[in-house]
Design a protein around this ligand. Sequence first.
Ligand code: ZN
Length: 360
Amino acid sequence: MAKEMNNRKEQTKYREGNHSRNEGNSGAWKFLWSLNTKHKLKHFIWKCLRGILPVNEVLKRRTGKGDSRCVCCGENTETLEHMLFLCRHAELIWKAAPVRWDGLLDFRHNFWLWWNSLMEAKERLEGRDHIVLTINILWQVWKSRNSIQFNREGRCPGETVNKALLEWLEYKNVGSEENSNRKVGGHKAMKGGSWSLPPKGYIIMNTDASLNIQKQRVGRGIVARKDDGGLIGAWADSDDKLGEPAVEEALAIRQALNIAKQKGWRKVLIQSDCKGIIDKINARKAENPNIGVILFDILKLNKVFTECSFSFIKREGNFVAHHLAKFAINLINDFEWQQSFPEWLTSLARNDVGASAPAL
Ligand SMILES: [Zn+2]
C-alpha cells in the first residue's frame, strides 16, 4: 500500500513536472494539430497530454470527492495511463487492435513519453496514418470506459476496435480526393472499370495487394459480394516476404480463387486493379517466370468453376479490397469475416456499390 502511494505520488510529480515542460514543447502541439483527423480527437489527445482528462484519479485529486478507483477492473487507481493502457479493459482492446506499438510498452506509465515516442513514427511510410488510427483507438478505449463507468455497459473489445477502424477509414475516405466524388450522391454512372453489380448468380470478388517496402511486408485484401452487392466474405492477411508488385497481385488473385473453390461457388468474377496481371491471365501467358508459376495455378483453378472471368477495375472501384490490403499490413493476425460483418466494412462496401444496390 505504501509502495502504491509512493508510486502514485511519484507519478503525479512526474506528470506535473512534464506538463510544465510540455508547454515549451511546441513540436508536440504542432504535430498534434497537423494531424489529419477530427478536431474532437485532437482535443481528446490534447487533454490527455495536459493531464486533464477526467479519469477518476484526476477528479479525486481536483475535487477531493469521488472514488479514484477504476470501475472497469475495480482494482486499481484509475490514472490516465491505467485507463488507456494498463487496465485489463484497455489491454484487451489493444490486443484486438490492428496496430500495436510494442516498442512503446515501456512508456505506458507516462502518456507524455508514450506520445513523444509515438510521434517518431511520423517519418515512417504511412506513419501518420497509423498514428491517427492509434488516436482513434485511444478515443474508443475512453468511450468504452465511459460506457462502463456511466451505463455499466461493457462492449466487446473487437467491437470497440471496429468502431475505431470505421471512424478512421471514414475520415480518411472523406478527406481523400480519390473518394470525394463517391460520397456525393453516390449516384455516379458506372463507367468501364468501375464497380458494378455482377450478372445474376455470380459472385464478384475484388482483390488487392498493398506493399510496404520499408517494412518488407505485403497486405492482401479480398472481398466477395453477391449479385445484389451484399457482402458475403472479406479477408485481410499479411506476409513478411515481399515479391514484386505484380507477383503479389497475382498471389491475391490465386488466393481469391482458392477461397471461391473452397466455398463451392460456381460462377465468379475476379476483379483486380492490376491491369498487367489481368491482361496476362486473359492472354494466358507471362514472360516473367515468377508470375508464370502463379499464372499456371490460376488457370488450373479456373477450370473448377462453371464460369470464371477476370477483369480490370480502377482503383476507385476496388475500394474495399484496397483498404483491406492496407489494413492487413499492420495486422498481427489474419482477419476473416463471414456472415456477419463489422459496420465499417459494410459501410465501405456501400461506397463501392453506391446507388446501384437495391434499396431495402
Ligand atoms: Zn482498471
